[in-house]
Each structure stands twice: as structure tokens, then as C-alpha cells.
Design a protein around this ligand. Structure first.
Ligand code: TRP
Length: 454
């Protein structure tokens, strides 16, 4: 192990671990990281809650103005530093404090993974129930969802998700991460299109599509703007080191600005398709689009149960979300894996096994806290799961974003060169990173952590 560490260190100035993505592989992996539960589960229900198309538009603007500049900043730090989400900062010559921020970011990714894997597990469970028809034996879908969370099943599925994630990334960057994304991401697109076409033929689908595509600006509030910006971060996988980590595996010849544009486009396309499946279905069956997190797990099973061949379409739908989640869990686990490999000189296999087990262990309280089995897992009006979600999404994630924007906007001078932008775009980018992004991110942080309110 020592030898490996030394070898890593001697190469590191130039090439980090030496592992590389191919050009298309990297773009698919970055899209894979971005597209996940955020697009398929969270985006539809917050769009339903905050008024449909106008919110979608707001999300799009936030992504363009803040999300994409920060994405490019993270990619530049990763490729420039060729380290992990902590060491990349110091390798670029920054003060040690920055790598300390990096460690917090890495911890955030690890903790996010612990509850992300639970929700991903629900989708596997629902896919199984749908294919076997069991899901449709009892029409009380809200009850089924709460029964699931009152059982040990989420722990089992969380384990399966982490096992699959581990098995993929143990094979490394090109034989594992890249290969799976090259299959899953196009596969996902095909499944989404098939479902989208199927849904368009439902009676009343048009109304749902209109809700999603025809903006009604009277519904927008200050709160919806903050939610949209927070979601742009979550959805593009920013603020938790995944893009920095992937950036370290990107070839010098790759155009980072092109990659940024590709990831932004991919993220929007998958969210658009998810919305075009979920809203028409919800409306066609007279279900409530604004019901919150249960939308995908409670409303849609009701729709599938009333649809010919619903078990098949339902099964495909949940498998699709599971695929999308796996390409994101891979990117989340790679963040701490890259860190411990470099820091302690451990092998990839050992790091993956150890961290998967650890992540499983810290996820168990979250998985169990949504039922009423263990009452002390609910405190301060929130379950343990909700606490972890709250702290990661509303506090660590915006702060992680802030660290990167300030670092690239004010501290590190090499960002201009690494980004490869032309003079005009460079000015726009730096303006966004220096002024627009930090202020907005700070506002989101203050708002979503409850420090300010409207
Ligand atoms: N972007 C993913 C989604 O939409 C989730 C995700 C993966 C993520 N890596 C991340 C979110 C890093 C924040 C930070 O589901």
C-alpha cells in the first residue's frame, strides 16, 4: 500500500491517480451524476407544489445564470488540481483552510449518499412490486407507502443500492463508472421517450402537459425562487464535490465549456421528459399534482393501476428512476473514495468496501426513522431522515457551492486558463462567479436554513 501511495504522489503533480474518462464517457458520466432522483422524484413534486410551468422556467434561469457557471468552476478546479474534492484546492496553491472546507464537502457527499440510497431503494422496491403485480392488489397507495417505511424493507433495499454502487465503482473510472453510464444514460432516454409517448395517448393528458408547459406567473413567490435555485444546485450535482472529483479524471484536451453546455442540456431534457410523463398521468387520472414527496410513490401507482398494462409501464417507470439514481450514487460514493485513496494510500477496492459499509451503517437510522418503530429517531418535529436531508441540502450544499465560487472567483487565478473560455465569455463567467452566484447562494442558504424569511 505504501508503494501505491508513493507512486500516486510522484505522478500526482501532473496526473493525479492517472485514471481518465474518454471524452464522451465523461459527458455521459456527468449527465449521469446530474440526472437522478432530483429530476425524476424531486423536480416533479416541487414543480407541482410551486405552480408548474412558471417554476420550471425559473429553475431553467437559475441553472443558466448560477448553476452552469458553478459547474464550470468545479470542473476547472478538479481538472486543474487533479486531486480529490479537498486536495485539489491545495494542489492549486491555496491555503490549507480550503482543503479543510473540501473535507466538509466530502463528508456532505457521503451523508447525502446515505439517505439518497434509501429513496433509490424505494424505487427498486416499487419496480419489483409493479412487475409482480403486488402493488395493485391494494388500492390504498398512501397506506402502502407508509407501510413500506414502517418495515425493514428500506434497509434491505438501501443495502442493495449501495452494493450495486460499490460493485460498479470498484471496477474503476473507465471500466466501471464510464461503462455503466454509457449504457444507462442512453437506455434511460429510450425508456423516458417510450413512457412519454404512452402517456400522451391518455385522455386528459393535454391538461397535464399544459400545467407543466404554460407558465402562470401569478403563482410565483419569493419562496419559489429560492427553491428553484436550490434545486438547480442539487440537480446539477454541485456543492458536494462530485463534479470536482469527476473533473480530475478529465483529459486536458476536453473542452470544459462544451461539457458544461452538454450537461446543462442533458439535465433539462431529462427533467422535461420526466415532467411530461408525470403531469399528464397525474391529470389524466384526476390526481393531485401538488401533493409533495408522495407524488411519484403514491399518485403514480394509482394511475398505473387504472391503465391497461399498467404493471409493465409502472415497472419500467420505477426501473428507470432506479437507473437514474444509480448513476448519481456512483458519483456520490466516488467523492469519499477518491479522498481516502489519496489521503491514506488505500486501494480502490478496500476504500469502496469500507465506505459502502460505513454508508450503509449511517443510513440505517434514516431508513428506520420514517416509520414509527423507533420513536427517538424523530426529534424537533423532524425525523432523522428529514434532518439529514435538511442539513445536507439546505446548509452543506449551498455552503459547498459558495466555497467553489469564491475560490474560483477571487482566490485562484488559474481558473481563466483552465476553463478555456474566450475573453468575452470569461468576463461573463467571472462576473457570475464573483457577484451573482455568491450573493444568490448566500440568500438561499439564509432562507432555507430559516435564518431569514419572507
Ligand atoms: N444530481 C443528482 C440528482 O439530481 C443528485 C446528486 C448527485 C447530487 N451528486 C450530487 C446532489 C452532489 C448534490 C451534490 O438526483
Amino acid at each position: 500500500m505504501k508503494d501505491q501511495k508513493q507512486e500516486g504522489a510522484s505522478q500526482s503533480e501532473e496526473s493525479g491517480t492517472g485514471e481518465r474518462f474518454t471524452s464522451s464517457g465523461f459527458i455521459l458520466a456527468a449527465i449521469g451524476s446530474a440526472v437522478g432522483l432530483g429530476n425524476m422524484w424531486r423536480f416533479p413534486y416541487i414543480t407541482g407544489k410551486y405552480g408548474g410551468a412558471a417554476f420550471f422556467l425559473l429553475f431553467f434561469i437559475c441553472m443558466l445564470l448560477v448553476g452552469l457557471p458553478v459547474l464550470l468552476a468545479e470542473l476547472s478546479v478538479g481538472r486543474g488540481g487533479r486531486g480529490n474534492a479537498s486536495s485539489s484546492f491545495t494542489r492549486l496553491g491555496a491555503h490549507k483552510m480550503w482543503s479543510g472546507f473540501g473535507v466538509i464537502i466530502i463528508l456532505g457527499a457521503f451523508v447525502i449518499l446515505s439517505f439518497y440510497a434509501i429513496v433509490a431503494g424505494w424505487t427498486l422496491h416499487y419496480a419489483m412490486l409493479s412487475f409482480t403485480g403486488q402493488l395493485f392488489e391494494n388500492n390504498d397507495f398512501a397506506q402502502q407507502f407508509s407501510d413500506l417505511n414502517g418495515s425493514w424493507m428500506p434497509v434491505f433495499w438501501q443495502f442493495i443500492v449501495l452494493l450495486l454502487t460499490g460493485l460498479i465503482i470498484i471496477r474503476g473510472v473507465s471500466a466501471g463508472i464510464e461503462k455503466v453510464n454509457k449504457i444507462f444514460i442512453p437506455g434511460l432516454l429510450v425508456l423516458l421517450i417510450v413512457l412519454c409517448v404512452r402517456v400522451m395517448f391518455l385522455d386528459g393528458a393535454g391538461e397535464g402537459a399544459a400545467f407543466f408547459l404554460k407558465p402562470d406567473f401569478s403563482k410565483l413567490t419569493a419562496e419559489s425562487a429560492f427553491v428553484a435555485l436550490g434545486h438547480a444546485f442539487l440537480s446539477l450535482s454541485l456543492g458536494m464535490g462530485t463534479i470536482i472529483t469527476y473533473g480530475a479524471y478529465v483529459d486536458k484536451r476536453q473542452s470544459l465549456s462544451l461539457a458544461t453546455a452538454a450537461v446543462g442540456t442533458g439535465n433539462i431534457v431529462y427533467a422535461l421528459l420526466a415532467g411530461l410523463i408525470i403531469f399528464p398521468t397525474t391529470f389524466a387520472f384526476g390526481l393531485e399534482a401538488s401533493q409533495g414527496p408522495g407524488l411519484v410513490f403514491v399518485a403514480l401507482p394509482a394511475a398505473f393501476s387504472a391503465m391497461p398494462l399498467g404493471w409493465l409501464f409502472g415497472g419500467l417507470f420505477f426501473v428507470m428512476i432506479a437507473f437514474a439514481s444509480l448513476t448519481s450514487t456512483i458519483s456520490l460514493l466516488e467523492v469519499p473514495v477518491a479522498f481516502v485513496r489519496e489521503k491514506f494510500g488505500w486501494s480502490r477496492s478496500f476504500s469502496v468496501i469500507l465506505l459502502s459499509i460505513l454508508c450503509f451503517v449511517i443510513g440505517v437510522p434514516s431508513a428506520l426513522s420514517l416509520g414509527d418503530k423507533i420513536p427517538w429517531l424523530t426529534f424537533g418535529g423532524k425525523s432523522f431522515f428529514d434532518w439529514v436531508d435538511f442539513v445536507c441540502t439546505n446548509i452543506v450544499l449551498p455552503l459547498g457551492g459558495l466555497v467553489v465560487t469564491i475560490f474560483v472567483g477571487y482566490v485562484w487565478k488559474g481558473g481563466a486558463k483552465e476553463s478555456g473560455l474566450s475573453a468575452w465569455w470569461l468576463r461573463v463567467w467571472l462576473f457570475m462567479l464573483r457577484y451573482v452566484a455568491p450573493i444568490l447562494v448566500l440568500l438561499v442558504f439564509l432562507y432555507s436554513s430559516g435564518i431569514i424569511s419572507f
